[in-house]
Ligand binder design. Structure first.
Ligand SMILES: *Cc1c(COP(=O)(O)O)cnc(C)c1O
Length: 375
C-alpha cells in the first residue's frame, strides 16, 4: 500500500510562515498579556477590515461564536431558529443551548447550502404554529461557499428575523464580491486547526455591524461583565480568544487571501484532472469559495474510498448522518416534506484532500487515484 498523504497539509504552511510565527509567539510569552492582549484587538480589527465590516470580536471557538448572538438577542424557549441539517453539529446545538427549537431546512442538491424554497416552506409551517415564534436563520457557508444570502435575507426581512452566517468553514468567501456579513447580522468564524483559517488550538470570532450588539457580545463573552470589574450586568460565558492564538492568526491572515486563491487553483486542477468523470458540488453563481472541502458524490462510496486508500489518498465523509436524524435532536418538529436531499446526499458525499499547498505531484496523485476508482 502506498504512503498515505495528509488530508490537509498544515506542515507546508507552518514552514512558510515559521519566521513570523516563532517571534510572534515568543513575544506573547515574553510580554505576559495572555488574556485579551494587544494581538487580540489587532486581529479583531484586521478580521473586520478583511470582510468589509466595522466590527469583530474574538471568542473561544466557532460554536460560542454562534451561541453568543443568540444569547444577545435573548432567543429562548418557544423561539424557532431555522438551520440546515446537513452541517456540523454546532449549527443546531447552540439553538438547543438557549432552549429554542431548531427547524431543520433541506439543502440545495447542487450547492449543498440552505434550500431557499424549503426555508420558505418551513417559515410558513412555523407561522401557523401557535407554540413557536420565528426568530432567526443560521445559514451555513458549507464547504467554504456562500449560502444564497440575497434570497435568504429577503425572507428574513419579511418576518423581521435575525440572520447569522455560520462562516466557520467559509470565512473569506464572497458572493458578487461581498462577504456574507454584507447581508447577515453577524458572521461567525471558527479557527479550529483544520478550517481554512485555523489556529493552533481552539478559537473563534464574530464579525458584525451593529455597535449596540457589539457591546452586548463583548459583555457576554466575559461573564456578562458590566462597566466595572467584577460588576455583572447579565449571565454570560467565559469565551475569550487566547492572545497566543491571535498572534498565530495574524501571521496566517497575512497569507490568507493568497491561500484562498491557491485553493481555487487546486480545485481547478482537480476539475481539469477528472471533471470528465465526476464534478464536485457546484459553487453558487457569482460566488467564490474558500474550498474548505472538495466534495464529490459517488455511487459506491465505500468502494471509492477503498481504491483511494490503496493509492495512499485519504478521504473523509462530511457528513454521514444528518443532524435531524440523530438521537440528540429527536423530538424536533418534522419539516414540511422532510429533508430528501440531505438524506440522499449523506449516503454519497466524499471529500478529497484540499489545502492551499495542493499542487504538482501531490495533486496528480489524487487525480490518478480518482480516475482509477471511476474510470
Ligand atoms: C467547525 C464548525 C463550527 C464550530 O466551530 P468550533 O470552532 O469547532 O466550535 C460551526 N459550524 C460549522 C459549519 C463548522 O464547520
Amino acid at each position: 500500500m502506498a504512503d498515505m498523504m495528509p488530508f490537509i497539509d498544515l506542515a507546508t504552511q507552518r514552514d512558510r510562515i515559521r519566521d513570523k510565527l516563532e517571534p510572534a509567539m515568543a513575544k506573547v510569552v515574553e510580554e505576559g498579556r495572555y488574556i485579551l492582549g494587544p494581538e487580540v484587538t489587532e486581529l479583531e480589527q484586521r478580521l473586520a477590515a478583511f470582510s468589509g465590516a466595522p466590527l469583530a470580536l474574538g471568542c473561544a471557538n466557532g460554536t460560542d461564536a454562534l451561541a453568543l448572538p443568540l444569547m444577545a438577542w435573548k432567543v429562548r424557549k418557544g423561539d424557532a431558529v431555522f438551520v440546515p441539517s446537513f452541517t456540523f453539529a454546532s449549527t443546531a446545538e447552540v439553538v438547543r443551548w438557549v432552549g429554542a427549537t431548531p427547524i431543520f431546512v433541506d439543502v440545495d442538491p447542487e450547492t449543498y447550502t440552505m434550500d431557499v424554497a424549503h426555508l420558505e416552506a418551513c417559515m410558513d409551517m412555523v407561522r401557523k404554529d401557535p407554540e413557536l415564534t420565528p426568530r432567526a436563520v443560521i445559514a451555513v457557508d458549507l464547504f467554504g461557499q456562500p449560502a444564497d444570502y440575497p434570497a435568504i435575507k429577503a425572507l428574513c426581512d419579511k418576518d423581521g428575523l435575525k440572520l447569522i452566517a455560520d462562516s466557520a468553514q467559509g470565512f473569506g468567501c464572497t458572493l458578487n464580491g461581498q462577504h456574507p456579513i454584507h447581508w447577515a447580522d453577524v458572521a461567525t468564524i471558527s479557527f479550529y486547526p483544520a478550517k481554512p483559517l485555523g489556529c493552533y488550538g481552539d478559537g473563534g470570532a464574530i464579525v458584525l455591524k451593529d455597535e449596540g450588539l457589539y457591546e452586548l457580545l463583548r459583555s457576554l463573552h466575559v461573564h456578562g461583565s458590566g462597566k466595572e470589574r467584577y460588576e455583572y450586568a447579565r449571565i454570560g460565558l467565559n469565551s475569550r480568544l487566547d492572545t497566543i492564538q491571535a498572534a498565530i492568526l495574524l501571521a496566517k491572515l497575512d497569507i490568507f487571501q493568497d491561500e484562498i486563491d491557491a485553493r481555487n487553483r487546486a480545485a481547478d486542477g482537480y476539475a481539469a484532472g477528472f471533471g470528465d468523470l465526476v464534478r464536485p458540488h457546484k459553487v453558487i453563481e457569482g460566488g467564490i469559495s474558500t474550498w474548505a472541502q472538495y466534495t464529490l458524490e459517488v455511487e459506491d462510496r465505500d468502494g471509492f474510498r477503498k481504491t483511494l486508500a490503496d493509492h495512499g489518498i485519504p478521504t473523509a465523509v462530511y457528513y454521514p448522518w444528518p443532524l435531524h436524524d440523530q438521537p440528540a435532536y429527536a423530538g424536533s418538529p418534522a419539516s414540511p416534506g422532510g429533508l430528501p436531499v440531505t438524506e440522499r446526499i449523506s449516503h454519497h458525499v466524499v471529500s478529497l484532500p484540499m489545502d492551499a499547498y495542493l499542487e504538482g505531484e501531490r495533486l496528480d496523485r489524487v487525480v490518478k487515484a480518482v480516475r482509477a476508482a471511476l474510470g
